[in-house]
Design a binder for this molecule. Structure first.
Ligand SMILES: Cc1ncc(COP(=O)(O)O)c(C=O)c1O
Length: 366
């Protein structure tokens, strides 16, 4: 028997957006902006930052393994029982616990092809058969996904809104899809970008679908600016949650992460500002992209994905931007070679991105 299962050997390392320091080292330039990883351009929630600083003197202790304070706060805020709430080291941490808790023998998974890469890694590492259903017009094709359900289907994963497309499935689409899903099949609704999407009238806030087989995942990494802290949460039926609680890494999330999440939930000013800045940035970028006649996908998130005529052109643009100190994300490794994802920044970052993009087009006659 091989030491490493073949489905693990075949995996490749996750390639994150280039860190600023790496680009500084490689190119010897100083003034760099990173619009590549959908992080909050305002930094962390100030209340969370303060809470983290004040808990530092206590970190010789292990954290509360049950995450009581934060789970309780979330249960009050979202009007559910504490037994319906789970925490994790990011929503990806919970996703990983879900895979370890529920997958068995011949179970299969269904998701969209080339959607969130974090789920793809977990699905592949599980060794289970996954049906990757192609997107249609850069959106999840729920009709096609429903047709793939069979007796072995255990988990269906939907990123809503999706990363890297930024598109979302609507209430009607979800409700119709749900009518085809047997009760024994778990649906993960990954709402990492919930706060950016929830004001759309036809967006299906999964809290209205607290069915026994629906798991909601949310994150503090985006709208609350805590990506580096690794804190996320989920809601589901208490039977699912109680089993997730048995399987989760006992002391996850860390003490720092728990207090950061708690304080972030009280930082409504920061959240408001985050959403406002994102809206203004999105409007500005769309106008400028229209002027430049660059096609983009309508986004309900904190990023905009553009698409070019060829992989070569996309690659050239990403390289030129990088050489000029602007890091964006070429989506070739996500399976979208003609696409580039740009995180929406603060005003001066967005302006710098657009002016550098214009310069690249003029200089290199793209
Ligand atoms: C769709 C989606 N889900 C989950 C995550 C990860 O969230 P977290 O940092 O909470 O693990 C991301 C991060 O980019 C994402 O885009």
């Amino acid at each position: 028997m091989p030491l490493v299962p073949s489905y693990i050997k075949q995996l490749s390392n996750y390639k994150p957006g280039k860190p600023i320091d790496e680009v500084k080292r490689e190119l010897g330039i100083d003034n760099i902006i990173k619009l590549a990883s959908n992080e909050n351009p305002l930094g962390p929630s100030p209340k969370a930052k303060q809470a983290m600083e004040s808990i530092l003197r206590k970190v010789h202790r292990y954290p509360d393994a049950s995450g009581y304070e934060l789970r309780n706060k979330l249960s009050v805020k979202f009007n559910v029982n504490i037994n319906n709430v789970v925490l994790g080291a990011g929503s990806e941490g919970i996703m990983s616990t879900i895979m370890r808790t529920f997958l068995l023998n011949d179970d299969e998974l269904i998701s969209a092809e080339n959607s969130f890469i974090g789920f793809k890694v977990l699905a592949k590492a599980s060794g289970k058969k996954t049906k990757w259903v192609p997107m249609k017009d850069n959106r999840y094709d729920l009709n096609a996904m429903a047709k793939q359900i069979n007796d072995y289907t255990k988990i269906i994963y939907i990123a809503n809104p999706d990363n890297p497309m930024g598109t979302y499935i609507t209430k009607n689409e979800f409700e119709e899809f749900y009518s085809y899903v047997p009760d024994r099949v778990l649906i993960i609704l990954d709402e990492a970008y919930f706060e950016y999407a929830c004001d759309k009238k036809d967006y299906p806030d999964s809290m209205y679908y607290r069915y026994n087989n629906v798991i909601t995942l949310r994150s503090f990494s985006k709208a609350y600016g805590l990506g580096g802290v690794r804190i996320g949460y989920g809601f589901a039926h208490d039977d699912l949650i109680s089993n997730l609680m048995k399987v989760k890494v006992p002391f996850e999330p860390s003490m720092i992460a728990q207090v950061a999440g708690y304080a972030a939930l009280e930082d409504s000013n920061f959240l408001k500002k985050t959403i406002e800045i994102n809206k203004a940035g999105s409007k500005y970028l769309k106008n400028e992209l229209d002027t430049l006649r660059i096609s983009y996908i309508p986004s309900a998130t904190n990023f905009i994905t553009i698409f070019l005529e060829s992989e070569n052109k996309a690659k050239k643009i990403v390289d030129r931007l990088m050489k000029n100190g602007v890091i964006v994300r070429h989506l070739d490794s996500f399976g979208w070679p003609n696409y580039i994802r740009i995180s929406i920044g603060i005003e001066e970052e967005n302006k710098r991105f657009i002016s550098t993009l214009k310069k690249c087009y003029e200089q290199y006659k793209l």
